[in-house]
Write a protein that binds this ligand. Structure first.
Ligand SMILES: Cc1cc2nc3c(=O)[nH]c(=O)nc-3n(C[C@H](O)[C@H](O)[C@H](O)COP(=O)(O)OP(=O)(O)OC[C@H]3O[C@@H](n4cnc5c(N)ncnc54)[C@H](O)[C@@H]3O)c2cc1C
Length: 481
């Protein structure tokens, strides 16, 4: 691993006045080695909105680099001319986090490919190294051929590994393994000055810790080294339905408590709520490793109505339905919709209360097309400073994902604003790939105790504030986006 250059002290950093922009920014970028860039209207237009469909920011240029050196060259050129750079993976965000007006949008998807797989053994976890623009579906299918899986997968695998490491990455197995950022071993990071370094728990640990779930504000991630575990050969998948979400949550608490601190008997737990003609129905899915010939521990304490109980080969289970959710959402057909998702980290107590608000506050017109998910995290494993997890042993991630006709936009935004306000008044912080309208006070509350160190790092590695300026660091470098 390349040894990282130590950061300069923040107060020693000076910023040169930007030079006049070149006559054609796209041409200047396109002339850089290993970089392609365009300002063609039809391409630029595709990068003006994200999955959420409510924020619009039209960039000046779209650039792609084939390696870290190409990314460094883009950042140095942007820095010389004072042009903001917004990093974009698969743009699954819902609040414009990967969009920038008049910016260079740096699409990472050419930094793709799994380069190395070190499979786990019975004594130790393994790891893989891949380009940041690699889609998770490609990571999964590659590592599965070597009998290994990443500990945590999110529901949609068309996302890039750089994108989910920049937000957090929470999935069904987070109840055992925490978030993806908790399972990251090292990052290759390019800072605004064009310095390329591997950062980890051992090399520039603070920069590593704050680049994870850091929303691309400290650098562009170009490669990731991430843990691999050996999956069970088979899993038992049990599904229960509940009419009362409180009963479901109490059952989950009992299940986790009975399972003990090491949670051996669980592979994954998640829950979702659907609105049908008789009102809300809440489903709980529990997955356990199932050794051939041996029964998994009993789930008899669960009070829901059993809907399904089956044993499946792990490979079939983990890949089930994944192809459809891995397609590039930009290629979707049909009428455009608005999808301003709201994601909130909550203690179990807050999850009970906020769930009530969500289920009563969703407008009738969109109840049927809104997914309400609850994921569960082992709080003891989720320690990255910018992940905004409450310091509780059991952490819930509530996600409200509306998918509504454009003409209901006002009602949908009104509902998500109300849910976001309720979350804030309960003292909960947000998971930030979703839609948000944070002002200065909101950002301060969101970043919380990590703010002084994040501001110090921002000043040291991006003193002109060219990286993702649409996502501010209060008290640090700011510039108009
Ligand atoms: C339908 C749907 C389901 C989802 N399900 C889950 C789920 O189960 N669990 C979960 O945790 N999340 C979930 N998400 C959220 C998703 O994981 C995030 O939106 C994630 O950021 C997607 O990755 P991406 O490649 O699309 O990133 P983008 O949206 O392109 O980028 C996300 C942020 O990271 C920055 N960024 C991207 N790449 C880099 C890089 N290489 N270096 C530095 N910064 C970078 C961007 O500037 C932006 O701020 C879901 C989203 C959708 C739309």
């Amino acid at each position: 691993m390349v040894r990282g250059r130590a950061l300069p002290p923040a107060d020693a950093v000076t910023v040169a006045a930007p030079a006049a922009p070149p006559a054609s920014l796209a041409r200047a970028l396109d002339d850089l080695p290993n970089v392609s860039a365009t300002d063609a209207a039809e391409v630029v237009e595709r990068y003006a909105s994200d999955y959420g469909g409510v924020v619009r920011r039209r960039p000046a240029v779209v650039a792609q680099a084939r390696d870290a050196a190409g990314v460094a060259a883009v950042l140095r050129l942007a820095g010389r001319h004072g042009v903001p750079v917004v990093t974009s993976g698969a743009a699954h965000t819902q609040g414009g986090q990967a969009l920038g007006t008049d910016a260079i949008v740096l699409d990472t998807r050419r930094l793709a490919g799994v380069e190395h797989v070190d499979p786990p053994t019975s004594e130790r976890t393994g790891s893989f190294v891949a380009g940041a623009g690699t889609r998770w579906i490609d990571v999964l299918t590659t590592t599965m051929t070597q009998g290994a899986v990443p500990p945590v997968l999110t529901t949609h695998l068309g996302t890039t590994i750089g994108g989910t490491h920049s937000v957090g990455g929470v999935g069904h197995t987070s109840v055992v393994h925490g978030a993806q950022v908790d399972n990251c071993v090292a990052l290759e990071l390019v800072t605004a000055a064009g310095d390329v370094a591997w950062v980890s728990e051992h090399e520039q640990p603070s920069l590593f810790a704050h680049a994870l779930a850091g929303l691309g504000r400290l650098g562009v991630i170009t490669r990731v080294r991430h843990a691999l575990v050996r999956p069970p050969d088979q899993v038992r998948v049990a599904l229960y339905s509940y009419r009362d979400r409180h009963v479901l949550l109490d059952d989950v608490a009992a299940l986790l408590a009975a399972d003990g601190r090491r949670r051996h008997a669980l592979h994954a737990v998640h829950s979702w709520s659907v609105h049908a003609h008789r009102g809300w129905l809440h489903l709980l899915s529990v997955t356990q490793p199932a050794a051939p010939g041996a029964s998994p521990p009993s789930l008899g304490m669960l009070r829901g109505r059993p809907v399904q109980d089956r044993v499946a080969a792990f490979a079939a289970h983990v890949l089930e339905g994944r192809e459809a959710t891995s397609r590039d959402w930009r290629l979707g057909s049909g009428a455009p919709t608005v999808r301003p998702g709201v994601d909130v980290f909550a203690t179990p107590e807050v999850s009970h209360d906020l769930g009530d608000t969500i289920l009563t506050r969703l407008p009738d017109a969109i109840r049927g097309t809104t997914a309400v998910l609850t994921l569960f995290l082992d709080g003891a494993r989720s320690g990255r400073p910018l992940l905004a997890c409450p310091g509780a042993p059991e952490v819930h991630l509530l996600s409200v994902l509306p998918d509504a006709p454009v003409d209901t936009r006002v009602a949908v935004l009104d509902a998500v604003r109300h849910i976001a306000g309720a979350a804030a008044s309960l003292g909960a912080r947000r998971y930030l790939p979703g839609w948000h309208e944070l002002d200065d006070a909101g950002w301060r509350a969101q970043i919380g105790g990590a703010l002084p160190e994040l501001a110090r790092l921002k000043q040291a590695v991006d003193p002109a504030g060219i990286l993702n300026p649409q996502l501010p660091v209060p008290g640090g470098v700011t510039r108009d986006s």
